[in-house]
Write a protein that binds this ligand. Structure first.
Ligand code: FAD
Length: 480
């Protein structure tokens, strides 16, 4: 039963084949002992955070690997904040957390000190180790960088079973390798990350555009303010595409309440797509008086459809935990545990309008089966020494097709469409990079990493020479 539940993930597209599961219960030594044995005896080991991958990345995919899954998140500690897996240092404004901890647990624990991390994912029921193995992005990324650039120090069990502390100064090759390293160089057991004073409340604003270039011009303007003082910029910049009545049905639509439907149908939709800019401003009781003025100054510089402005106001924690509310609704309707053929792409700014024409207004048709996010970020906020790869340009967009398939026909349709989107980018020479990448051959991985491949390969040989870790990513072949 235990092995069975560790053999699934959010994508529901693969079935794992692990022979056993380890619950390290917050003990890095337990992890190190297991990995040492695997290194000496020759079996595969995969850390599993919260199993929210799409393509079996945290799984042992073949039984012949005789692999063991380490359940980093379950067992040994409970979900309240009184466990010793999270330790806040108020004076130096950092928190030490166990690698399997969920972001929601980190948030709840740090809020007790009035502090919080500054860079987030949209959804908080993901493990710290799992997101740092990718990047961890959201609407704050333009301002604070991805989550991996907010880490001070890590404890990592390498593929040889050594437990090492690493940071920019100490074992820096391992530190940068692991951040965005897709689990290839070690198991993250402890993370020290930066905190800031947590704001009390959030003003959450959505506005619509019918013209794509006006929409992206405004998004790019907003992220260009990243070096300005907090009062002169928004704290979060995201957006999404609406190509059908999906807005009404999609899982983030509760924002547009039925009593304030924004009359989407009445808007003049040009070319078959609408674009929604989503922005927030954080504030405390002390500056509650000036917040409206600060927002108005910024909104005046934007060119959205004037009648489409919709604002709501909520506690900071409710904003950060917003997707969980949608999850509970979908769960109650049996719509959460279904296949998710998601595709996440980083698209260079210079080609985003070609992408709009070819994909949003072309390939997609008028049925999306889930939200499609689009928002820009700046490469200068990403540390190039880390393993993750992004497009070459300074500004690039995340385009996230977060779709659900309720039956096998839809699954096939969406999977084909994903392939069509990738083919279109290839044919049109739009140099996209996959985020949460999924490839099955080493040549594809070499193309994905480009200039970074040699370094990635050397790091692998240094820290996991038998290639026993995270084989579910299908980057390196482990031979038992
Ligand atoms: P798993 O799926 O368990 O693992 C992912 C990979 O990391 C595997 O290769 C695994 O072996 C490895 N790994 C796990 N734990 C460790 C560890 N401690 N040490 C080393 N390697 C480890 N991502 C964003 O950036 N922004 C978002 O807003 C966002 N929203 C999401 C919303 C939903 C509903 C879902 C399902 C996913 C979302 N993601 C988002 C993607 C998410 O960050 C990745 O899928 C991430 O890998 C999930 O974390 P996990 O803990 O479930 O990892």
């Amino acid at each position: 039963m235990e092995v069975e539940s560790s053999s699934k993930d959010f994508g529901m597209l693969n079935q794992g084949e692990a022979v056993a599961v380890l619950h390290p219960a917050g003990s890095a030594e337990d992890v190190a002992r297991l990995v040492r044995t695997a290194y000496e005896s020759g079996f595969a080991v995969s850390a599993r955070g919260h199993g929210h991958s799409i393509n079996g990345q945290a799984m042992i995919k073949e039984r012949k690997l005789k692999g063991v899954v380490i359940e980093m998140g379950k067992g040994g500690h409970n979900n309240n904040n009184n466990n010793n897996n999270i330790r806040v240092c108020e004076e130096e404004m950092y928190v030490d957390v166990w690698g399997g901890e969920l972001w929601i647990q980190v948030l709840n624990a740090t809020l007790e000190y009035g502090l919080a991390p500054m860079s987030w994912t949209d959804y908080l029921y993901l493990s710290v180790g799992g997101t740092l193995s990718n990047a961890g992005i959201s609407g704050q990324t333009f301002n604070h960088g991805p989550q991996i650039t907010n880490v001070h120090q890590l404890d990592v069990v390498t593929g040889k079973g050594e437990l090492l502390t690493c940071s920019e100064e100490q074992n820096s090759e391992l530190f940068h390798g692991v951040l965005g390293g897709l689990g290839q160089f070690g198991v993250i057991t402890r993370v020290r990350m930066a905190l800031e004073p947590a704001p009390h409340r959030v003003r959450w604003i959505r506005v619509l555009y019918s013209n794509f270039s006006t929409f992206t011009k405004d998004q790019e303007f907003l992220i260009s303010l990243h070096e300005k003082p907090a009062s002169q910029k928004f704290d979060y910049v995201e957006g999404f595409v609406i190509v059908d009545e999906g807005l009404i049905n999609n899982w983030r639509s509760s924002f547009f309440s039925p009593s304030n439907p924004v009359k989407i149908i009445s808007l003049n939709v040009d070319g078959g797509a609408l674009y929604c800019l989503e922005i927030t401003k954080n504030y405390n009781q002390e500056n509650a008086d000036s917040i409206d003025e600060e927002i108005n100054v910024l909104l005046k510089k934007l060119d959205f459809i004037a009648t489409s402005l919709f604002t709501t106001d909520l506690p900071y924690v409710d904003f950060l935990d917003r997707v969980h509310k949608a999850e509970l609704k979908l769960r109650s309707k049996g719509l959460w545990d279904v296949p998710h053929p998601w595709l996440n792409l980083f698209v260079p700014k210079s080609r985003i309008s070609d992408f709009d024409k070819g994909v949003f207004k072309g390939i997609l048709g008028n049925k999306t089966s889930g939200p499609i996010l689009i928002y820009p970020m700046n490469k200068s906020k990403w540390d190039q020494r880390n393993s993750v790869v992004t497009p070459e340009e300074e500004v690039f967009y995340l385009v996230a097709f977060l779709r659900s398939a309720l039956d096998s026909e839809t699954l096939e349709y969406l999977s084909n469409q994903n392939n069509q989107i990738l083919r279109f980018c290839n044919d049109a020479k739009i140099k996209v990079k996959q985020y949460l990448p999924h490839y099955t051959t080493q040549q594809e991985w070499m193309d994905h990493f480009g200039d970074k491949w040699t370094q990635f390969f050397h790091r692998k040989m240094q820290f996991d020479p038998r290639c026993i870790l995270a084989t579910g990513q299908q980057i390196f072949q482990f031979h038992p």
